[in-house]
Design a protein around this ligand. Structure first.
Ligand code: C5P
Length: 238
């Protein structure tokens, strides 16, 4: 499905690198690109404009977490950039997430589509032990992820960023259309890098992931277009 094509993590540090990467793809190939902190804080809104100028969709992965009013105002500005998806930390609380949604609605131009809003539950870099000692959350990491997913749903958001392994539990605790966007994807036989638990695109699809995020297997490939096509095929044909 068009909407659910694999999301490419544009983990580059300059507009020049992004341009040279995007120029490799045929004009008619409409991509879904993730712009994270690294790129955004170096190039700012110009990089969003650049990616949109190719006709590509943009997931702005800035993981906002602040007081509700500040997040609402920030989201108003983000919606004006014309991005398609954005995120917050669920740890900011239900009220913060509700205000984020209001900010996005207010910033969306009349007749336009509000960007999708998803939440980060527990970062996959957080171990259960660190969660216990740093955050003083006494439950298991899975229980904490599911709890945050429920809070996200209660606040009216569209979904969460999660490990593909958590999708079934999250959908069960929320509803089947609750978006689960999953990084940590590697093509069959691909380099794992620093990702600890990985799945192939078709495995992620089969267990209910709605969007996959893939970075280095595409951006660092000898031929990024071929690498992308293979991942897209594996994802679409699952
Ligand atoms: O290169 P790779 O495919 O590992 O990139 C995955 C992308 O998804 C990166 O931008 C990374 O920051 C992001 N991400 C992740 N794991 C999470 C959340 C985000 O890998 N839990």
């Amino acid at each position: 499905m068009f909407e659910k094509r694999p999301v490419i993590a544009l983990d580059f540090s300059s507009i020049e690198e992004v341009t040279s990467f995007l120029d490799k793809f045929p004009k008619e190939e409409s991509l879904y690109c993730k712009i994270g902190m690294e790129l955004f804080y170096q190039e700012g809104i110009e990089v969003v404009k650049l990616v949109k100028s190719y006709g590509h969709a943009v997931f702005l992965d800035l993981k906002l977490h602040d007081i509700p009013n500040t997040v609402k105002s920030a989201m108003r500005g983000i919606a004006k950039m014309g991005v398609d998806m954005v995120n917050v930390h669920a740890a900011g609380g239900v009220e913060m997430m509700q205000e984020a949604l209001i900010g996005l609605q207010e910033g969306t131009r009349a007749g336009g589509v509000r960007p999708k809003l998803i939440a980060v539950t527990q970062l996959t870099s957080t171990s259960e032990e660190a969660m216990h000692t740093d955050q003083l959350i006494p439950v298991s990491i899975t229980d904490s992820v599911v709890h945050y997913a429920k809070c996200t749903n209660l606040a009216g958001l569209d979904g969460v960023v999660s490990s593909a392994k958590e999708v079934a539990l999250i959908k069960e605790a929320t509803h089947k259309d609750f978006i689960c966007l999953t990084p940590g994807i590697r093509p069959k036989g691909g380099e794992v890098g620093d990702q600890k638990r990985v799945m192939t695109p078709s495995e992620a699809r089969k267990i209910g992931s709605d969007y996959i995020v893939v970075g280095r297997p595409i951006t660092q490939a000898e031929n990024p277009v071929v690498a992308y096509q293979k991942i897209k095929e594996d994802w679409s044909n699952a």
